[in-house]
Design a protein around this ligand. Sequence first.
Ligand SMILES: [Zn+2]
Length: 449
Amino acid sequence: MKRVLLKGGRLIDPSTDTDERLDVLVEDGRIAAREHSVTAEDARVIDVSGLVVAPGLVDMHVHFRDPGREDEETILSGSTAAAHGGVTSVATMPNTDPSIDTRSWVEYIAGHESPINVFPIAAITMGRKGESLTEMAELARAGAVGFSDDGSPVVDANVMRRALEYASMVGRPVIAHCEDPALARDGVANEGPASTMSGLRPVPAAAEVTMVARDIVLAKATGARLHIAHVSTAGAVDLVRRAKEDGVDVTCETCPHYFSLTDNEVRTYDTNVRVNPPLRSESDVRAIREGLADGTIDVIASDHAPHSLEEKQVEFDAAPPGMIGVETLLPVALKYLVEPGHLSLGKTIELLACGPAGILGIERGTLTAGAAADVVVLDPERSWTPSREWFRSKSKNSPFIGRELRGRAVLTLVRGEVAFEHEDLAATPDEGDSGEEGDRSARQLPLHA
Ligand SMILES: [Zn+2]
């Protein structure tokens, strides 16, 4: 029997409203016990005093570029990067080449070898062309946890309406990329002083807000479950808030860059801040933080979008949109939400783990006894600055390189197996350790240095 005992940590499990010092015993890939003082024969004992133990993070919006652009990321490299960031489950977007619109491609993603859990999101329409619907029932049976044409909006409202009806029948959410192409045109930066000053083609906030409004109307009419991807504007937050009050079955996510960076960043012409939707104004950023705090926004997801150096080393307008993020999801949230006091650590973990698990309908985001032992141990306090070399993703397009962040994952367990372990943690004596009081108090914790 394989056992791991996490001793002396602060367990934060929002699924049970738990925040206290508890030992956690993992046995055969499941949570066997969480109590004040656990001892276990033959367990690997890991001293996690001074650290936080939480449900492994669930990132419901990643682009792993596999199949098609394996030079930028693969399921394996993306998963390794995810584990490095404390993420134990991801949902992959289907805008690969070819797109994930058939049973065999869904099975390819769902069955792929990976150190974490990889859940495929399948396309809404064949080839993501916005015309004919995919075989949703078959794709759901093959393992699709949701449907999205992400990367592109479903422009035809009738196609979207039928997609919502069918997805509803198979019990899966539709994940909407809300962007009206007639308003967004070929814009690359948020419409406002920053785009004007830098001479970059503008995208108005209305490009997002109008389609959020349309999709909420359609969700209400069909009674289907709608999840809105990467919300970036105050207007969208407001519409979702009112729709929820109105009883519409709608949820939404935002991404770390929409609560940490403003459109002023584009004035540097750093192509790593070119994202879609674009970085928005200070007041949008404030509205996103308010939406996170009051429960309007249900999820923080990375929209991890790897791009090669060659593709990003061009003029701002010519660069493809997107930044990597699966590794910095947690430290950006800790730096920009928890440190300034916008959110508690518990609420942040809820948005990163429990919220997305609930929307995807996967049995994760909890550390109750018997649950799958997908666990992250994190050091929530330490300030540090990521270097390019720190990232394990195949691509390095992150604007957070060289920026001070806060906290990070130091141990990631997936079904009880170590998927990532920080070298400082690995260096501590553990094999055969009985976990007695004496050993623990004698321990130096270089993580806090
Ligand atoms: Zn999108």
